[in-house]
Write a protein that binds this ligand. Structure first.
Ligand SMILES: [Zn+2]
Length: 330
């Protein structure tokens, strides 16, 4: 299939180079849903880019598709360029600390997609806007009016694939094969890419017309495992086939959690895990051993509530009250 490649400047740099975002659009000959997918909005979350490049390769040799699909493999060139000592650190804008996935308008009201288009167009016409506003308006201009939106992310150094979406949209994403769906209809202050497709329309559009959007946490930070990449590719193609009217994802079992958050370190020290991602920790189960170099004591930590371990952050030495892992529960 042929595709259209478009390039958007995001930020001009002092020495003359420019950070750009590239979008690839495949248009099928048959009418059908429009799909938008992006990856690497957070700098260290590189796995999704390889995954989307695999999908582009697949589409290039495909005969045809139903509807259209727009893919942005590198959603944030600034983020992926922020590197410090063998690690990509661009979860936040390094100059002001803004989280790159809290920059999208959510607390606005649009009656239709025309109002949404206009909103971003006006931002992009202004001179000297912040790099966050430029990136947000560019990416959202590309995803406007899509029927399906998937924002691909990664969590921790070890991760059980999971996704975030509105409770009533969970069914739409079963074929992605994420065993856990973190669902919430609660209003939060978080202005994520996914949520900015849904909430501005909630008072004005019928459910069928609101874009179906999710944030898919596919893997861990930093590295791209070949076997895992092949698995995710198969899952994403399975989901695409379903949207195009082919396969359905029979037999995929989903666990839904309506509560989720960070497990905090109860005490300072050096952490060894006694559990792995995907484990359900019942209240009282041990999950880590902590070595305290000050008292020379070893402490066994036990879960104070029942939860599932979804991602571990891979920091071996922690102060008290720091983020240790990502967990879900009901
Ligand atoms: Zn992320």
């Amino acid at each position: 299939m042929k595709y259209i490649q478009t390039t958007y400047p995001i930020q001009h740099l002092p020495a003359g180079a420019t950070h750009e975002v590239c979008a690839y659009t495949f248009q099928g000959s048959l009418e059908g849903p429009s799909i938008y997918m992006q990856a690497n909005l957070h700098g260290p979350e590189v796995f999704g880019t390889a995954l989307l490049l695999e999908i582009i390769e697949h589409l290039k040799v495909a005969d045809d598709i139903v509807g259209s699909i727009t893919i942005v493999p590198v959603a944030n060139p600034m983020g992926v360029s922020s590197v410090a000592h063998n690690a990509i650190v661009g979860r936040w804008n390094q100059t002001n600390g803004v989280n790159w996935n809290r920059i999208f308008p959510k607390h606005v009201e649009w009656k239709n997609h025309q109002e949404e288009v206009l909103y971003f167009k006006e931002i992009l016409q202004k001179q000297g806007i912040s790099v966050q506003d430029k990136l947000a308006a560019t990416l959202r201009s590309l995803s406007v009016g899509s029927d399906y939106v998937i924002d691909i992310h990664c969590t921790g150094t070890h991760n059980l694939p999971h996704l975030f979406c509105r409770e009533d949209m969970s069914e739409e994403f079963v074929a992605l094969g994420a065993m856990v769906h973190l669902v919430s209809d609660k209003e939060t202050a978080e202005e994520t890419f996914e949520e900015s497709h849904v909430y501005p329309f909630r008072n004005h559009m019928a459910y069928e017309d609101i874009p179906k959007a999710c944030t898919w946490e596919v893997s861990g930070y930093g590295t791209i495992d070949k076997k895992e990449l092949a698995e995710r590719k198969e899952q994403l193609l399975c989901w695409l086939e379903g949207v195009w009217g082919g396969n359905t994802a029979d037999g995929v079992e989903i666990k839904k959690f309506s509560h989720f958050g960070n497990l905090k370190s109860e005490r300072a020290g050096y952490y060894v895990w006694n559990a792995k991602v995907g484990d359900v920790l019942a209240k009282g189960d041990t999950y880590a051993t902590v070595y305290d170099p000050h008292t020379l004591q070893k402490h066994v930590l036990r879960a104070s509530y029942t939860c599932m371990l979804l991602s571990t952050y891979g920091i071996g030495a922690l102060s008290e009250g720091e983020d240790l892992a990502w967990v879900g529960w009901n």
